[in-house]
Design a protein. Structure first.
Length: 106
């Protein structure tokens, strides 16, 4: 499955539009990760644990997006957009939403 943020696939022609597809992932942050991330914020540097959570959430949302497109018989998803939000009490949850258009290609 081709997944792209562009509105076309180079070298291929879009032959049909299957519809808008979306994938969501909501992941809770771990209290120990929060503690170590806040320590890292004080001393500087990158928070590898939060970066991993972001990557995992993005991958889960994209996998969900691709499953929907496959169910529609699509060859690709174009114009993919990723949105990140924090939710829950004290912003303890991370939500990633991926949206795009499922298409068939020649």
């Amino acid at each position: 499955m081709i997944v792209t943020t562009t509105d076309s696939v180079e070298g291929r022609q879009i032959t049909g539009y299957k519809g808008i597809v979306s994938g969501e992932a909501i992941i809770g942050a771990n209290i120990f990760r929060d503690l170590f991330a806040s320590i890292r914020d004080v001393v500087g540097g990158r928070s590898g644990s939060y970066e991993k959570v972001l990557r995992d959430a993005k991958e889960a949302a994209l996998e969900d997006l691709q499953r929907q497109a496959e169910d529609l018989g699509a060859d690709a998803i174009v114009a993919v957009d990723l949105d990140y939000e924090v939710l829950g009490k004290e912003n303890g949850m991370l939500m990633v939403v991926a949206n795009g258009t499922a298409v068939t290609l020649s």
